[in-house]
Design a protein around this ligand. Structure first.
Ligand SMILES: NC(=O)c1ccc[n+]([C@@H]2O[C@H](COP(=O)([O-])OP(=O)(O)OC[C@H]3O[C@@H](n4cnc5c(N)ncnc54)[C@H](O)[C@@H]3O)[C@@H](O)[C@H]2O)c1
Length: 365
């Protein structure tokens, strides 16, 4: 396929940050905006200069010039809209979370297989500078064998749109889980989890979830590493943070418990007094320059504060490049299903007092 794709950006709240990235991509010739809100269309249209504006996804899907659609709509709409997009013959990128149940994930994997089109989960946590760099350190052997990894995501959802109220925390734990899975290159196979705290009955009734916070322990396929994930959305008074730690044989990293803390990278120093233990050298962690990961026109925005430590431009590039190359993208339908199902399994475990729950592989042959 030639490099003059037309991409529609659908849902213009979070989507407002992504339309300019597609405009900068050298293989995108045209960007279309879509949102039922005329205010959003006018606002983002004026900011970007994009004049192709549609109020209805159906009109985007009927437009033969549109090659690909990036959905950034409310999360309960993603599964149905992604299926409609693929069935209309368009490649599809989707903001997390891809679906809200296992059936929805199975349908997505099937639709991707049947259409042969590209489907990509645009998970920012999997593509930050830190994740890319740590993955390199692990695959090169520099980091040593990994012993343990932990992720957490705490964000107060008071005042957010109603569909968030009472959502099972692990259904949206991907920002805590994805960095660990991306760094380790591993698939989660089973989980045991517990809920913590109690939502008021009216909030618990929305999604049938009593917990403001959930904590999970995952086993990984073909890996001796266990990982721990904690996620809260309500009733948890602390600084908001998306954070992870990874500790190994030669090095370790702590991202920090709050957004104000400097991430620390650990190495071994001299033996401790009497030869007991070793001193630890803790240095501020600064990923190297990773501008080679995106085309030149996207490099100036890699470090923009709204671009999730380089993740958003890299995700856009991977989605577009995978279409150009005619290959499946890195975070394809199967990976999206596996990682999302990991959250469903954790909530199921929490609802069953920590029982072990297996996570489907969504194997395709
Ligand atoms: N780091 C991340 O990966 C990250 C960060 C923020 C949000 N998100 C995800 O992005 C998605 C959007 O989040 P948000 O905070 O912008 O949501 P939002 O509810 O604030 O805004 C959604 C937008 O979609 C529009 N919309 C609603 N129905 C539509 C339809 N049928 N067709 C087209 N547009 C429609 C709305 O008018 C609105 O402009 C969510 O799924 C959220 O989980 C991901």
């Amino acid at each position: 396929m030639s490099g003059d794709l037309t991409v529609a950006v659908v849902g213009l709240n979070f989507g407002a940050l992504w339309a300019p990235l597609y405009q900068l991509h050298p293989d995108v010739g045209r960007v279309v905006l879509c949102d039922p809100s005329s205010e959003a269309l006018d606002r983002v249209g004026a900011a970007t200069g994009i004049t192709d504006r549609k109020a209805d996804l159906a009109d985007v899907l009927a437009d033969e010039r549109v090659d690909a659609v990036h959905l950034l709509t409310p999360l309960h709409l993603h599964a149905e809209q992604a299926l409609a997009t693929l069935r209309a013959g368009k490649h599809c990128a989707v903001a997390v979370t891809p679906a809200l149940d296992l059936t929805g994930l199975e349908e997505l994997v099937r639709a991707q297989q049947e259409t042969g089109l590209n489907y990509m989960m645009m998970e920012t946590g999997a593509y930050s500078d830190a994740v890319i760099h740590l993955r390199d350190l692990i695959t090169s052997g520099t980091f040593g064998e990994v012993t343990f990894a932990r992720g957490e995501h705490h964000q107060d959802m008071e005042g957010w749109p109603g569909y968030w109220v009472g959502l099972p925390p692990m259904w949206y734990s991907i920002h805590a889980l994805a960095p660990l899975l991306a760094i380790l290159g591993a698939r989660p196979v089973s989980v045991r989890a517990l809920g913590s705290g109690r939502l008021p009955d009216d909030r618990a009734a929305t999604w049938g979830n009593p917990y403001p916070l959930e904590i999970a322990l995952y086993a990984l396929a073909g890996s001796p590493v266990s990982i721990e994930v904690t996620r809260s959305m309500f009733q948890t008074t602390r600084s908001p943070v998306e954070s992870f730690s990874i500790w190994g044989e030669k090095h370790g990293l702590d991202w920090g418990r709050t957004t104000d803390e400097t991430p620390l990278f650990y190495s071994w120093g001299t033996p401790g007094p009497g030869g007991r233990g070793r001193t630890v050298i803790a240095e501020p962690f600064t990923p190297p320059d990773l501008s080679h990961t995106v085309p030149a026109r996207l490099r100036p925005v890699l470090r923009h504060p709204h671009n999730y430590q380089g993740a958003s431009p890299r995700l856009v590039h991977e989605f577009v490049q995978s279409i150009i190359d005619g290959r499946r993208p890195a975070l394809d339908a199967v990976v999206a299903a596996q990682w999302t199902a990991a959250g469903f399994a954790a909530h199921e475990s929490a609802m069953n007092a920590g029982a072990v729950v297996e996570i489907p592989a969504f194997d395709v042959s």
